[in-house]
Design a protein around this ligand. Structure first.
Ligand code: MN
Ligand code: MN
Length: 314
């Protein structure tokens, strides 16, 4: 038994319930390789809220996705049994309770040997994802594309915010910074010391101006060398992409990669042992033409392709 998307040559792709890529909505993890999971939360943002509607936006855009990825030469349905596992529970207004419920929702996914691809939701949710993934797989190598390093100490005196997560993740030992790479950072900061913070925590940081000088292949080689054969977690914040291409997000930073460039950096990450993925910070209310959701859906398809290639090549 292998689950796959509905056949769009038989029923129109704009019909039926909006699951990711028209995958079946399933509560059972049996016979499943990959579970697409929505995490509708945006309590821990510092500026524009609205990412709680991200999963809905990305699922709606994803119905246009087709199985074959011509740039990577792989049909995701050929190598992966995929379902939409629905949305994680959240508790609006109670961020730490939300984190606990996400963690409890993801634990059985990892225990079943299923790879989650989580659609956010603001980036604060990654802490719950990492707690679940690290409990199952041990300390993880982090591969992170974002306009922000998200290693600030606190906002308004509170330590759990979408901009503090990778400092908390390092402190909790969920990730091994010495095996991790953050890339894409740009924009104004509070001071020069902000720029040094990822390095102080042990992360390798590649700010966008430096990444822009690297070919995707060079970036992929740097990440593969750093991650090695460790279990890895891939976190893609949609604000990595220039707001001209991804305006539907909470804290946009101008002067970043095009959507084509961003996708090419994701595609370069073949050969890494990813145990979990997310694509976060899509806020459809600021996305009038839906382009941010199209992009996020395509990023998720590239993630599926990376998994499919790894499975195909053993
Ligand atoms: Mn960001
Ligand atoms: Mn982020």
């Amino acid at each position: 038994m292998r689950y796959g998307p509905a056949d769009s040559s038989q029923t129109p792709r704009f019909s039926g319930p909006r699951t990711f890529m028209r995958l079946p909505l399933r509560e059972s993890l049996e016979d499943v390789d990959v579970a697409m999971i929505g995490i509708p939360t945006d309590d821990a943002v510092s500026f524009r809220s609205g990412a709680r509607f991200g999963p809905e936006g990305v699922r709606s855009a994803s119905v246009l996705l087709r199985p074959y990825n011509p740039l990577l030469g792989v049909d995701v349905t050929e190598h992966l049994s995929m379902i939409d596992f629905g949305d994680s529970p959240t508790v609006p207004g109670y961020h730490e309770e939300t984190l606990a419920r996400i963690r409890a929702f993801l634990d059985p996914v990892h225990r079943a040997g299923v790879t989650p691809i989580c659609i956010g939701g603001d980036h604060s949710m990654v802490l719950a994802e990492l707690r679940a993934a690290a409990a199952a797989h041990g300390q993880l190598a982090l591969v992170h594309l974002d306009a922000h390093a998200d290693v600030w100490e606190a906002y308004y005196g509170a330590r759990y915010f979408h901009g503090t997560i990778f400092k908390r993740a390092a402190e909790e030992g969920l990730v091994d910074p010495s095996a991790s790479v953050q890339a894409g950072m740009r924009g104004t900061l509070y001071g020069a010391s902000d720029e040094a913070e990822p390095g102080r925590l042990g992360y390798q940081a590649i700010p966008w101006p430096q990444l822009a000088e690297m070919t995707p292949q060079e970036y992929g080689d740097v990440v593969r060398a750093r991650v090695g054969d460790r279990p890895a977690f891939f976190s893609f914040d949609i604000d990595f992409v220039d707001p001209a291409f991804a305006p539907g997000t909470g804290t946009p930073e101008v002067g970043g990669p095009t959507s084509a460039q961003a996708l090419s950096y994701v595609r370069a990450l073949t050969g890494i042992d990813f145990r979990a993925f997310d694509c976060v910070e899509v806020a459809p209310a600021y996305d009038p033409a839906g382009i941010t959701s199209w992009l996020a859906a395509t990023v998720c398809h590239e993630m599926l392709s990376l998994l499919a290639i790894r499975r195909r090549d053993g």
